[in-house]
Design a protein around this ligand. Structure first.
Ligand code: AMP
Ligand code: ZN
Length: 508
């Protein structure tokens, strides 16, 4: 399928601050660019929300029938410790602290990042675009900016003159003078918002990563790479550019300014700029000092399956803040287990489900096969199933209203008016868009043993069974004693669970 079907897709465009109908430039291929990680440390959970959001967008486009060309960059050079053009280079600083070469740092954290994405069932982009593979392209782009009179030279390198573009800061919704104080002063800068396109190495000092350039040895400014790589792989004007909301204020304004100066046009590079809001951590649980909630690996150590974090992200609209706490993510895990149990129980009742094999393809697909998979799943739907899919489509198409789409999955699984096989077909189609991996992950796999727990999963299950038996025999003393045994081992039994199987790691 080369064009979308179903409800018209509406997306919020940060440029216009309005929800707009989506129409790709090339109906055969949606071109999408997402700002990727700076690989100087593990991604924190907030960063990962940005990639779950992008994956949801990507899956929605694919689910609605479009093929996607999705480019994500890896920033392995040139990102400073603040948005200012002063301060340390994050990569160089990490290399110094960890006594490793900057290249080792980049390779290590790139691999860790990709492992996180795999845990979250995030589809591979069409292309990982690595900044250091594109230095010559960046130098060429910066020369063109200089030729077009959009830059000036300072001792610190080549600077972009933001007064050379007509509506600098439009995306942020601020005027240039409001950016004063936002960007640390660099001697000789003409305007507060001006930024480095090329950062010259200080005289006498050598960076681990530096390249020769017309402006002396140095490294690119970090806004440059996204302009250069999106242009190279997706063209001067492509469909959608994504990033976290913090990028709306500076990074993306600067990318747009560079794009406009390079093309000598008003074109911003992407038709639609989309930004996810932040994961917030009011209880400071995400901070490393508070026990390792900072990273996905930290969650896994606590016995929280990474897909529970994915589900948590899906439970809020991407433009809303999402609060994080141990309780909230534990609740998401319970919700996920219920979904997995519902699928398991229906599978036990349904006849041969040969079609589940094709779902595995979705994991590595570039989206083109989503249409085929949906056709296979939905071709024999009854009226109830088709109506649920239509409502699901409406929710997705309404600026990715996933929090409304999720309950429809629960409704489908629970709808006794449909045969088990029908319910599973609807759920499987929905899960292509949601990516919860419900047909590959069962309840037992979701019950991770917390690193600190003094008990194995099989023992937990055995004790739960004994406790079930005690409760059935109305021997509540024995049942309470078993609950206490589990609690002392770091496992909390959840009695309210109608499925009676629920337990979780004790969250402090
Ligand atoms: P960075 O590696 O710092 O460039 O960040 C990677 C992505 O995570 C960017 O798109 C950021 O905007 C985004 N981001 C950073 N912090 C958060 C947060 N707390 N919640 C959601 N997204 C975030
Ligand atoms: Zn970027």
């Amino acid at each position: 399928m080369s064009a979308s079907s179903g409800a018209p897709l509406m997306l919020f465009n940060s440029l216009t601050r309005a929800i707009e109908p989506f129409a790709p430039i090339d109906p055969a291929m949606v071109r999408l660019y997402s700002c990727g990680p700076t690989v100087y440390n593990f991604a924190h959970l907030g960063n990962l929300r940005a990639y779950v959001f992008t994956d949801t967008l990507r899956r929605t486009l694919n689910w609605k029938g479009w093929a996607t060309n999705h480019v994500v960059n890896i920033t392995d050079v040139g990102h400073l410790t603040s948005d200012a053009d002063a301060g340390e280079d994050k990569m160089e600083a990490a290399a110094a602290v960890q006594a490793r070469s900057i290249w080792e740092i980049a390779a290590f954290y790139t691999a860790a990042f990709k492992a996180d994405l795999a845990h979250l069932n995030i589809l591979h982009p069409s292309l990982w675009s690595v900044a250091t593979d594109h230095i010559q392209d960046m130098i060429g782009f910066a020369r063109a900016l200089e030729d077009h009179g959009a830059t000036y030279r300072l001792e610190g390198g080549l600077y972009f003159d933001t007064s050379r573009v007509p509506d600098y800061g439009r995306l942020a919704g601020t005027r240039p003078e409001e950016t004063v104080g936002r960007i640390a002063d660099v001697e000789g800068k003409r305007h507060a918002a001006d930024f480095a396109v090329w950062r010259a190495s200080p005289p006498g000092a050598r960076r681990q990563m530096e390249w020769e350039s017309p402006w002396g040895p140095g490294a690119p400014g970090w806004h440059l790479e996204c302009s250069v790589m999106s242009l190279k792989y997706l063209g001067q004007q492509f469909d959608i550019h994504t990033g976290g909301i913090d990028h709306r204020e500076i990074h993306h304004c600067n990318e747009i300014a560079q794009n406009q100066a390079f093309t000598e046009s008003a074109g911003t590079g992407a038709n639609i700029w989309m930004h996810n809001n932040f994961l917030v951590d009011r209880g400071a649980k995400m901070s490393k000092s508070a026990g390792g909630f900072a990273t996905l690996a930290g969650l896994i150590d606590r016995g929280i399956h990474p897909l529970a974090y994915r589900l948590l992200c899906l439970s809020a609209h991407y433009r809303s803040e999402l609060e994080f706490s141990g309780e909230i993510v534990a609740a998401a895990l319970v919700r996920l287990k219920r979904l997995a149990i519902a699928v398991e129980q229906l599978r036990a009742k349904a006849a041969d489900l040969a079609w589940t094999r094709i779902l595995r393809e979705a994991k590595d697909s570039r989206g083109a096969s989503f249409a085929f998979q949906r056709r296979t799943l939905e071709d024999r739907l009854d009226k109830r199933g088709a109506a649920l899919i239509a409502r699901f489509d409406e929710a997705l198409s309404s600026d990715l209203m996933i929090p409304q789409a999720l309950p429809l999955l629960e409704e489908a699984l629970a709808d006794k008016g449909m045969a088990p096989e029908m319910r599973l077909r609807v759920a499987a189609s929905m899960d292509l868009a949601l990516g919860l991996d419900l047909f590959d992950v069962d309840r037992r796999q979701l019950s991770l043993r917390p690193k600190g727990a003094a008990i194995a999963e099989s023992e937990v299950e055995a004790l739960l069974e004994q406790r079930q038996a005690a409760r059935a025999a109305r021997d509540f003393a024995a049942s309470d004693a078993l609950r206490d045994v589990l609690l002392q081992s770091g496992v909390e039994v959840m009695d309210g669970d109608p499925l009676r199987w629920e337990w979780r790691a004790v969250i402090d």
